[in-house]
Design a protein around this ligand. Structure first.
Ligand SMILES: *Cc1c(COP(=O)(O)O)cnc(C)c1O
Length: 359
């Protein structure tokens, strides 16, 4: 067996010890004679897996009992609808910040349900920076303010949290668990699992309890946070195997020392890669230094004609999934928690060799 270094933006790399453990338990979970995939979601065995995953997730992010943690399906994209359906309530509008492709999708979906005010946009800047907070046109009567703390495609990340009087609703799909956050600053956090949590199929929502119960009457039961909470995330069959895998990832994160410890590693990885890119005149990253993502690092080659060759040689060298998103081109290295520092070192070594070979 030879596992290669995987820089995929999502579904992304998983920690090898998690996969090894899941493999060892695949046919027979803890002597019960069946796999987790084959268990009733109402069984004591599965409920213990589910509860442990939630408890570990709460511990990692230090989530208080003022918040419900929901294990849902449908990806972050379903939350683009669920957020307005659940939070707009009687209010006439919501505020959104446009920092890239995922913000735009959230905005387009919210517009189906109410008035959306785009309070700031980086589109004119080609999404290479985050609009300065002083310029945001915030509406104090908005139902909530939505933004995307890490734009997975453009590679821009907030290293600050806006201070506003309305609840913050945030799409943390590609940054959650990469470093500690103060959950109490947010009304609602959502994330698809396939970046930094576990396999695709699970979507986690963390919602302040006072925001539950204001969903519009036409909200589908499957998108209603209160329904999910009232049923312990088992209104219907939850994505049991994905929850189990996510639970193993949470245990692995705790063994790494939790989010404070993983942040140190994540910062070191990102600094190395950005440092190498900035020092070279062959590679470039377009994002303003202060707004650069710790998790997703897009970069271009001096000559885009070389992109194909770069990707082919990278793959031959055991470095997978470096192609940039189809909307922006170039390259992108996603360096989530499960992507080791060794993987980043190998990438930089390869990039340097490639540059040298081009003369
Ligand atoms: C990947 C991603 C999404 C889309 O997630 P799905 O689970 O495919 O719906 C949305 N927002 C962000 C920030 C993402 O990184």
């Amino acid at each position: 067996m030879s596992r290669r270094y995987n820089f995929c933006a999502g579904p992304a790399a998983l920690p090898e010890p998690v996969l090894t453990r899941a493999a060892s338990e695949m046919l027979d979970w803890q002597g019960r004679g069946l796999s987790v995939m084959e268990m009733s979601h109402r069984s004591a065995e599965y409920v213990s897996i589910h509860d442990a995953a939630e408890a570990d997730f709460r511990q990692l992010l230090n989530i208080s009992n003022d918040y419900a943690v929901l294990f849902l399906q449908g990806g972050a994209s379903s939350q683009f609808s669920a957020v307005p359906l659940n939070l707009l309530g009687e209010a006439s509008s919501a505020d959104y910040v446009n920092t890239g492709q995922w913000s735009k999708k959230a905005i387009a979906e919210a517009r189906r349900y109410g008035e959306v005010n785009v309070v700031a946009s980086a589109e004119a800047d080609n999404f290479a920076s985050i609009p300065s907070f002083a310029d945001w046109q915030i509406d104090p009567d908005a139902a909530y303010l939505h933004y995307t703390p890490n734009e997975t495609i453009g590679g821009v990340e907030f290293d600050w949290t806006p201070r506003v009087d309305v609840p913050l609703a945030v799409d943390m799909s590609s940054t959650i668990l990469s470093r500690p956050i103060d959950v109490s600053q947010y009304g609602l956090i959502y994330a698809g699992a396939q970046k930094n949590i576990g396999p695709a199929g699970l979507t986690i929502v963390v919602v302040r309890r006072d925001l539950l119960g204001r969903a519009r009457p036409e909200t589908p039961a499957m998108l209603n946070y209160k329904t999910a909470d009232d049923n312990g995330s088992m209104y219907n069959t939850p994505p049991t195997f994905a929850v189990y895998l996510a639970g193993l990832v949470f245990q692995w994160l705790k063994e790494q020392g939790g989010l404070e410890a993983i942040e140190v590693v994540n910062r070191r990885k990102a600094e190395k890669l950005y440092g190498y890119i900035d020092d070279s005149d062959f590679y470039a990253n377009p994002v303003v230094v202060h707004d650069r993502s710790l998790m997703n690092i897009p970069f271009t080659l001096a000559d885009p004609e070389l992109d194909k060759l770069f990707l082919a040689e990278a793959e031959a060298a055991g470095l997978l999934n470096l192609k940039g998103h189809r909307s922006v081109g170039g390259m992108r290295a996603s360096i989530y928690n499960a992507v080791s520092e060794d993987a980043v070192d190998a990438l930089i070594g390869f990039m340097d060799g490639f540059r040298t070979r081009q003369g």
